[in-house]
Design a protein around this ligand. Structure first.
Ligand code: HAM
Length: 425
């Protein structure tokens, strides 16, 4: 038996990355007072048709649709926003005091051609904020991505930002596009001919026609913005400037989903040889989506990043998550297993990550094993150590040796490894 095309198993280093990322995301999200959400992996198909948009590639070509045994039309979620919005409405969360900042992390499903950085089951980390129409939240949401990448030490990233304006601006832009593309209709691919009728903005985003000459002189959204939309965008940029967040205004960013209004952005990997799937994450404002799905008019803004692409970027920059989650201490027991286990227990309760020798390996193999685990310190528990209560500790990086009294151990490791917030005792 083999896994389905475009999927992968998570274990070993991938599992480490995933768990490390989840923890980092949770810690960062707490700093923004964002709340964790989990919504079903499948939803009514109509939610995505209405939410993501009938004419998008995602809905027309990429969804996993099925009927359950009760003949209901269901779809594996291709993205997280529509489900969170459904939950926001169904649970009447709009009645609580807003804003609500929701974050989520989980698998999404799209029937796309698998390649490096593109899967059929992939993981997204995302945030959706409800109840703030001011540009301040567009900027805060962008700061979340930038800070997340900063915490991971990722440097080669570029924030591309654009605006699609409000409905009025979008209508006049739409008309300008219709006029512009009308004489060129025969030069466009079949999908774009269809998009011309239903959603001409999507033509700019076409993977087939996107690079053609006619795209270069197509009308630009920025020239069709009304006063309010222009002000909104200018304000977002001012907030970003004030936070020293660098960005590039890129009129080509239209996004592959229909729900956006005003600000849209994509963060791309700016790393040599990264490959074509270089958009690590994207998002924007969606002021009409809650209402379109049947809730009260509520402003929304959010983003999602693809974890496979993020991990690929870390890899390309030589950032090894294994280095960040090294076990603190490895205990070698020279036959003194009772002492060794109780010592491991005590150290764990004081917040340290401890692994030990359970199989009475010989000295040489123990050191080899400790190296393989990349442990920071080794404690040797032998007869002599038990008798006089002084332990031999080896710094596995510098190879320095220390003799430390049992009672001074925690102090010693707090100083060497860092006091841990997770002490349980
Ligand atoms: P999206 O641009 O469709 O936006 O997806 C966000 C990210 O998910 C992409 O930038 C990419 O990193 C990752 N991704 C998408 N498809 C795949 C795939 N087949 N394989 C691997 N990674 C993939 C959304 O999904 C919106 N819901 C974002 C959002 C939230 N907008 C507002 N709130």
């Amino acid at each position: 038996m083999q896994k389905p095309k475009g999927t992968y198993d998570i274990y070993g280093d991938k599992a480490l990355e995933m768990l490390y990322f989840r923890k980092l995301a949770e810690t960062l999200m707490n700093k923004y007072n964002a709340k964790y959400f989990e919504t079903p992996i499948f939803e009514s198909s109509s939610l995505f048709h209405r939410g993501v948009g009938e004419t998008t590639d995602i809905v027309t070509k990429e969804t996993y649709d099925f009927k359950d045994r009760g003949n209901r039309d269901l779809t594996l979620r291709p993205e997280g926003t529509a489900g969170i919005v459904r939950s926001f409405i169904e649970n009447k969360l709009y009645a609580d005091s807003l804003p609500l900042k929701a974050w989520y992390l989980g698998p999404m499903f799209r029937y796309e051609r698998p390649q490096s950085g593109r899967f059929r089951q992939f993981f997204q980390f995302g945030v959706e904020v409800f109840g703030v129409s001011s540009p301040i939240m567009d900027a805060e949401v962008i700061s979340m991505i930038v800070n997340l990448f900063g915490l991971l030490g990722l440097k080669g990233v570029k924030v591309n930002i654009n605006t699609l304006g409000d409905s009025e601006s979008r209508d006049s832009y739409r008309n300008a596009l219709l006029d512009y593309f009308k004489p060129h209709l025969n030069d466009l691919c079949d999908d774009c001919k269809n998009r011309y009728e239903k959603n001409p903005l999507r033509i700019l985003d076409c993977k087939v026609d996107g690079e053609k000459e006619i795209m270069k002189s197509a009308p630009k959204m920025i020239d069709y913005l009304n006063e309010e939309s222009k002000n909104h965008f200018d304000e977002v940029l001012k907030y970003l400037d004030e936070m020293n967040i660098e960005y590039v205004i890129n009129p080509k960013i239209v996004r592959g989903l229909d729900y956006y209004t005003h600000t849209v952005f994509e963060v791309e990997a700016d790393i040599e040889g990264f490959g074509s799937q270089n958009v690590l994450g994207g998002g924007g404002r969606y002021n009409n989506l809650v209402e379109n799905i049947g809730g009260p008019a509520t402003a929304g803004v959010g983003f999602a990043i693809g974890l496979e692409r993020l991990f690929l970027a870390l890899d390309k920059e030589g950032i090894d998550i294994k280095e960040l989650v090294r076990p603190d201490i490895y205990i070698i027991s020279m036959g003194e297993n009772y002492k060794a286990l109780s010592l491991a227990n005590m150290l764990r309760l004081n917040g340290f990550n401890v692994e030990m020798d359970y199989n009475n390996r010989n000295f040489k193999n123990n050191f080899k094993h400790a190296d393989k685990l990349m442990v920071k310190f080794i404690i040797i528990v032998g007869e002599e150590e038990v008798k006089n209560g002084i332990l031999t500790i080896k710094d596995n990086d510098s190879k320095e040796e220390y003799k430390i009294k049992y009672d001074d151990l925690i102090d010693f490791f707090d100083k060497k490894i860092g006091d841990n917030d997770e002490d349980y005792v």
